[in-house]
Every structure is written in structure tokens, then in C-alpha cells.
Design a protein around this ligand. Sequence first.
Ligand SMILES: Nc1ncnc2c1ncn2[C@@H]1O[C@H](COP(=O)(O)OP(=O)(O)OP(=O)(O)O)[C@@H](O)[C@H]1O
Length: 244
Amino acid sequence: MLKLTDVVVRYPKVAEPALDRLSLSFERGEFVCVLGKSGAGKSTFVRTINRLQPVSSGSIHFEGQELTTLSEAQMRAVRQEMVMIFQHFHLIPRMTAFQNTLTGLFGRRPALKNLLGLFSKEEKQRGRLALEQVGLERHGDRRVEALSGGQKQRVGIARALLQEPKLLLGDEPVASLDPVTSRHIFTLLRDIHQKKELLSIVNVHDVSLAKEFATRIIALKDGQLLFDGKPEELDEATFSAIYQ
Ligand SMILES: Nc1ncnc2c1ncn2[C@@H]1O[C@H](COP(=O)(O)OP(=O)(O)OP(=O)(O)O)[C@@H](O)[C@H]1O
């Protein structure tokens, strides 16, 4: 479903590549957690997949399509199939949870309708259902600036649900949340992942979350692949190598 071949990413004026000849394949249904110490390249990795970060060389195939050579307009269409959940939520603070959720539909609708905030009965119903799925049915009318961090991330997930993606990317989605809330968010992500049969690739600092929720763990070090395997294969020696 997703295949990276010899992907190199360099930032301007930085000698060492942030991603160094990464080759990886992923299939639908995998819940992949990406580990690595700070600066290892985790964020660059997930941002490269949806081309928020351009590649310096190498190729990325998604559903049989080579992404690195697509125009921005073509890429916008591909991004309908991909969704990103962010550490800092990327919501519109003054809008309600319901309004933020409905923005998940924007990519598939005419810009003018989005601008005017015109939604059909069916679209609104889908928005309410998405909020219900993340447990926020009673908070739809609240502005997101008044919600807790965990609730904000649930709105982020409801918005992602409306987009109906095939690929879910997470760039440290629980880094701003306490351990209990983090676990709730991961549980929710896994439920949705399974129900919708997604490919999910999520960066996470907390190794215990990765071990509990991932079907596959990859670890990066200095932009290179250090480990790729099942959670139970991540032993002490590998753990030390990742974080030393
Ligand atoms: N915009 C940028 N300009 C220059 N260098 C960058 C930029 N963004 C990241 N880097 C560098 O690329 C490397 C990988 O960074 P990246 O943010 O992908 O790591 P990370 O594993 O996500 O780290 P963290 O866990 O701290 O978020 C680091 O050396 C970082 O300093």
C-alpha cells in the first residue's frame, strides 16, 4: 500500500541527512509506531510520507502511485486519502468542536461552500456521528479553545474520521497529554484503525504505548532504520541502541 525506496531528506544548510536511504513497505491493517530519540527523524519521516516535507532523492509509492513527482494539485487529491493527527491538534480555536469536525470534509467539496460554511443535512449527520464515535457528542457546541487537551485531540480524530482516509499519520499525537489520556487516545486510534482497516503510522515517545498498541515498531537513529519488527522483538539491547 505504501512503499518508500531509498528515501533521503536533507534540510538546507544541514550536513547530515534527516532521513538517510530509508526503504520500507507497509500494508493496510498495520498499526506502526515509530520510535527514536529526539532528532532521530521521526517527525521528518511521517511528514515526508504525505509530502509536507519534500524528498531530496528516492521514491514513495502510495496505492501504486509515485508521489515524489506529482504536482501540488495532484498531491492535494492524494492527500484526501491520508490524514495527519498533530501534537498541537491544529484546530481552529474559536470554532466549535462540531464546526472543526466538519472541516474534515473540506477537501472533497467546492471551496465556496466551505467558505460559506454550507453543509447538507447528511454532512451534518456524519459530523455528529464522528463526534459520537470519539465520545464528544455532548461537547459539539463548545469552542475548542475551552476543551481539555485530550478532548481537543478527540476533535482532531473526529475531523480525521470525516475525511475517510486510508492512511492515518500521527506526529506525536499524545506528546502534550498526560499518561492516562494518552492511553485513551491510543485506544481510540486503535479502535478506529481496526474498524476502518487503515494503515496507521504514528510517532510516539512512550515505548510502553508502542509496545501495547503497535502491530509493528520501527525505530530510527540519525535518520537511518535501526529496528523494524514486532513489538515483542524489541529487546533490551535494541532499546538501549535506540536511546543511547
Ligand atoms: N526545519 C528544519 N531545518 C533544519 N533541520 C531540521 C529541520 N527540522 C528538523 N531538522 C533536523 O532534522 C533532524 C530530524 O528532526 P526530526 O524533527 O524529524 O526528529 P524527531 O525524531 O521527530 O525529533 P523530536 O522527537 O525531538 O520531535 C534533526 O537533526 C533536526 O535538527
